[in-house]
Write a protein that binds this ligand. Structure first.
Ligand code: MG
Length: 301
């Protein structure tokens, strides 16, 4: 086994490839976030948040600018029609990039008050959009710009028609990354706590999805150490792959840490992509990395 891995449970041996190197695809960014894979275009988009741009990586062309300025976008995903859905810190809302390239604001207010700075987003199979809204993008000028907070940190659901925004969780201090289990019975939500608080509560929480549109039975699923979780994603067997201070952690559906892929920098976010969605793309501090695995990410989007 390569030095790039730490194995805590033998199941992890079957998920990684000892001869697959960790490859740096680009660096020199401010803070990378929000990777999203486009299998149809064979490209990855990811945010360079402090530099107010979204980057694109392809295996043939390397890294180029996809969108600048990006309104300090952070997390991205795709909806069931393949359209890009993004979290805008600066515009304090969720946008969708239409197939003709125009950008539509889908949600930027709740109860007449502005959202904070949506951080991460997922689309459920019914087309509903679920996202976290902590104030991290309006707390500093670095990742969006200081603005007044009007709403508590919340996890929202936008209905499939895009008309009704509802609160699905308001019991987290600083909701951040989120992802559904493959059967969509569980929503995992990372809690990163109050910014600048060294004693911030930082957990991956799990909620049961009830009636397809509500969350129940919120509970602590796992606590990542060292550092904390930020972005997360699931493989097809329901294992959770989490960002961490020392790399990527693989966590079984029962919360057991199975193993780690060690990286030299703090990891912020990650996604499966590439051939058969078995390649991890990892945003780590100022750089973008990739490593092939022997697991496959959830197939769509
Ligand atoms: Mg995040």
């Amino acid at each position: 086994m390569s030095n790039d891995y730490e194995v805590y449970d033998e199941r992890f041996n079957g998920y990684v490839l000892p001869n697959a190197p960790l490859v740096c695809l680009g660096d020199g960014f401010g803070w990378t976030e929000g990777p999203v894979w486009f299998a149809d275009l064979q490209c990855l988009l990811f945010s360079d948040v402090p530099n107010n741009r979204v980057m694109r990586w392809t295996s043939s062309g390397g890294v180029s600018v996809f969108r600048e300025p990006s309104q300090f976008e952070n997390g991205h995903t795709r909806d069931r029609q393949g359209r890009l859905v993004s979290c805008s810190h600066r515009d304090r809302g969720i946008t969708r990039t239409e197939l003709d390239g125009t950008v539509t604001m889908l949600a930027d207010r709740f109860d007449g008050r502005r959202l904070n700075s949506p951080n991460d987003v997922v689309v459920k199979s019914d087309g509903s959009i679920w996202f976290s809204d902590p104030p991290y993008g309006i707390n500093t000028d670095y990742e969006g710009g200081k603005q007044i907070q009007e709403r508590p940190a919340t996890v929202y659901r936008l209905d499939p028609a895009g008309r009704e925004l509802s609160i699905v969780a308001d019991d987290l201090v600083g909701p951040n990354g989120l992802c559904f289990s493959p059967d969509e019975a569980v929503l995992y939500v990372v809690e990163t706590g109050r910014q600048f608080d060294p004693k911030a509560t930082q957990y991956i929480r799990a909620y049961d999805v009830e009636a397809g549109s509500q969350l129940r039975n919120g509970r602590v699923f796992h606590s990542v150490k060292p550092g904390n979780a930020d972005g997360i994603c699931c493989d097809q067997d329901g294992n959770l792959w989490s960002s961490a201070g020392d790399g990527v952690h693989c966590i079984a559906p029962d919360g057991t840490l199975l193993g780690k892929i060690k990286l030299p920098f703090t990891v912020s976010n990650l996604t499966f992509g590439g051939r058969n969605r078995s390649q991890l793309f990892i945003c780590a501090s100022h750089a973008l990395f990739t490593i092939s695995t022997n697991q496959r990410g959830v197939v769509f989007p």
